[in-house]
Write a protein that binds this ligand. Structure first.
Ligand SMILES: Cc1ncc(COP(=O)(O)O)c(C=O)c1O
Length: 402
């Protein structure tokens, strides 16, 4: 595309789309593996991967072929009927986790919404009407629908959206006493194993283990939001495995379809049994196209042992970033596991991201001072070293005071 055409398209975007995002002035046309190309043919190494989504890399042949084949066969029938990819994907997900049943939806927020409904209904039917509080963590992010947003850290709550749904409380990660105080009235404790949007903040394993025991003792469902951490990203297939616990519910989206929209709630038999006919649903949830893409994705992640690769590449990335912490005053701390990694800076991260774009690397900002790296799990050592060099040059050029 000529520069003038790009400017015209950007102008149209700015006038026709809702102004709820603040995108960089880049229009992407093509992706392959860890690389994407913009409308002027410029190449970028992608350490965003659609925000921890394209775990196999862009346009992975197995996923492309599954979508192509399914699109020529059957796109949609609704949940008045079954379809084969939906059944096969549900079976695969229950084989690969400690969960018994699956509900399909279209996004992470929808999965959170459904999970909260499961928890409320389970508690109501097993323990009566008073046990309905959802406990979540300060710094949490669970999505943008009203209940998912209410479970999200209150700093994301915009007053103009009031009133927010009732029955939600937030505690600090690690605050066992705060958790104990709320458990008698609670139906669920909802948490991310690593808070992604909250600044790439791992939750202390000791706290998670104790919380899991307390939840069990108090008939409270432990719900793990694995929308960002799941599907191999954290060096294991699902990050709850890192804690040696068994959640009652897991929410998934992002990496599940490698870029094709799909969400899922995985649950124990006991919890899932409460969502009887008519209690919840989604027109597109479980549609054959999305489930084909997700089945190809999860099978490829397992066959190619990508969680192991994520662990190995994550260590190489973390070591490179740790070196920067030693040498660059602007770099303060490296956090995260596998290929969900954050670098805390003592300068604002947004201008660093801008400069990295100029150098051909895509990254994201979380919590103003943290750079987040979530490349495809197929990222190479060479690309990681390239990013570290570009980042070192960027930090050097910015000085690195406060
Ligand atoms: C942990 C977590 N949960 C839920 C969501 C919401 O997912 P979606 O944007 O697909 O609704 C996100 C999105 O960033 C997330 O990181």
């Amino acid at each position: 595309m000529k520069r003038s055409d790009v400017e015209q398209k950007l102008g149209t975007a700015r006038t026709c789309l809702f102004p709820n995002y603040r995108p960089y002035p880049l229009i992407f046309e093509r992706g392959d593996g860890c690389r994407v190309w913009d409308s002027e043919g410029r190449e970028y190494v992608d350490f965003v991967a659609g925000i921890a989504t394209c775990n196999l890399g862009h346009c992975h042949p197995a996923v492309t072929e599954a979508i192509r084949r399914q699109a020529a066969n059957l796109l949609h029938v609704s949940n008045w009927y079954y379809n084969t990819p939906q059944i096969d994907l549900a079976r695969r997900l229950t084989e690969l986790t400690s969960m018994d049943r699956v509900f399909f939806c279209n996004s992470g927020a929808e999965a959170a919404e459904a999970a909260i409904k499961v928890a409320r209904k389970t508690a109501f039917e097993e323990h009566g009407s008073g046990k309905n509080t959802v406990i979540s963590l300060k710094g949490a992010f669970h999505g943008r629908t009203m209940k998912a947003l209410t479970a999200t850290d209150p700093k994301h709550h915009i007053e103009a959206f009031s009133p927010y749904p009732e029955g939600f409380v937030h505690i600090e990660a690690g605050d066992i006493q705060g958790l104990r105080d709320h458990l008698p009235d609670a139906c669920a404790f909802f948490m991310e194993p690593i808070q992604g949007e909250g600044g790439v903040r791992p939750v202390d394993p000791g706290f998670v283990k104790e919380a899991a025991d307390l939840c069990r003792a108090n008939n409270v469902l432990l719900m793990m939001d694995e929308v960002q951490t799941g599907v191999g990203r954290c060096g294991v297939l699902f990050a709850y495995e890192l804690f040696g616990i068994k959640p009652d519910i897991i929410t998934l989206a992002k990496g599940l379809g490698n870029g094709f929209p799909i969400g899922a709630v995985l649950a124990s038999e006991q919890a899932a049994s409460h969502l009887g006919p008519g209690s919840h649903g989604s027109t597109f949830g479980g549609n054959p196209l999305a489930c084909s893409a997700a089945l190809a994705t999860i099978n490829t992640v397992v066959e190619q042992d990508l969680p192991h690769r994520a662990g190995k590449m994550g260590r190489i990335l973390s070591e490179g970033l740790e070196d920067l912490v030693q040498s660059e005053p602007a770099a303060l701390e490296v956090r995260g596991t596998g290929l969900l990694i954050g670098l805390e800076l003592n300068i604002k991260a947004a201008p660093v991201v801008q400069q990295l774009i100029q150098r051909g690397y895509l990254t994201t900002v979380v919590q103003e001072h943290t750079l987040r790296f979530t490349p495809p799990l197929t990222v190479t050592e060479e690309d990681i070293h390239g990013l570290i060099d570009a980042l070192r040059d960027t930090l050097l050029s910015r000085g690195g005071s406060s």
